[in-house]
Design a protein around this ligand. Structure first.
Ligand code: ADP
Ligand code: MG
Ligand code: MG
Length: 211
């Protein structure tokens, strides 16, 4: 794994914003099965604001941590909705864990993911199996830590693959929290939109690391 700089973070955020624009309609339809249908719109707005904020602050020559914190603030304030607040916390807490005085290592990324998961769970109080984005973030974090400890060069890619499989597996679950809960039965057979968009974003980030 190469050195992670502010430019790496900026490139990843731009890629997420572009991907969410492409997948906006599909994520909206997924959220309309049992939720209120705004997930695609929220992800596009949040990720677009995050990429813009990142661009502005990266131009000032700050490190990757500061870029992520600014991106998280912008995402939470512009996205609207539950997932926007959670994505904001995720990016901020990931950024808080990155070192300011040396190159970011794979071990830092694993610690960042763990901090992000803790922040999301502290804020949203969802448990594994509640059919939320926690069901993709938790396996991602576990796999990333395991892959980093065993020294795998493709740790992020393997972790993103675990998140993708876990997001697909949420189709079988009944939502136990969030807006989809009142219409829980209707959502069986459809994956959780927040878990799906998170897995898409994590996969895309991994691709930008290899570009
Ligand atoms: P809203 O539900 O406010 O309309 P979105 O549609 O943008 O927000 O996001 C919905 C997604 O947010 C869900 O699919 C789920 O993944 C995630 N979510 C909802 N509540 C929680 C929670 N308490 N913890 C974690 N994720 C949650
Ligand atoms: Mg919604
Ligand atoms: Mg909503």
């Amino acid at each position: 794994e190469g050195q992670r700089t502010a430019a790496t973070v900026l490139r990843a955020l731009r890629a997420i914003a572009e991907l969410m624009r492409e997948r906006e309609d599909e994520l909206g339809r997924m959220d309309s099965v049992a939720g209120d249908g705004d997930h695609g719109r929220g992800m596009t707005r949040g990720s677009g604001a995050a990429a813009e904020a990142a661009e502005a602050i990266a131009a000032q020559g700050v490190g990757p941590a500061a870029v992520l914190v600014a991106a998280g603030d912008a995402w939470a304030s512009k996205a609207g909705g539950t997932s926007g607040v959670l994505w904001g916390a995720l990016l901020r807490s990931f950024g808080d864990l990155l070192p300011a005085d040396r190159a970011v290592t794979a071990v830092d990324l694993a610690a960042g993911a763990e901090a992000a998961l803790a922040a999301v769970q502290r804020l949203g109080r969802a448990e594994p199996g509640d059919k939320t984005l926690v069901d993709a973030l938790r396996p991602f974090t576990t796999e990333l830590r395991g892959a980093v400890e065993s020294g795998g060069a493709d740790a992020w890619r393997r972790a993103a693959q675990a998140a993708t499989e876990a997001a697909a597996d949420t189709a079988d679950l009944l939502p136990r929290t969030g807006r989809a809960r009142p219409l829980a039965e209707r959502s069986v057979g459809t994956p959780d939109p927040g878990a799906t968009s998170l897995a898409l974003a994590l996969t895309r980030i991994g691709e930008t690391f290899e570009e």
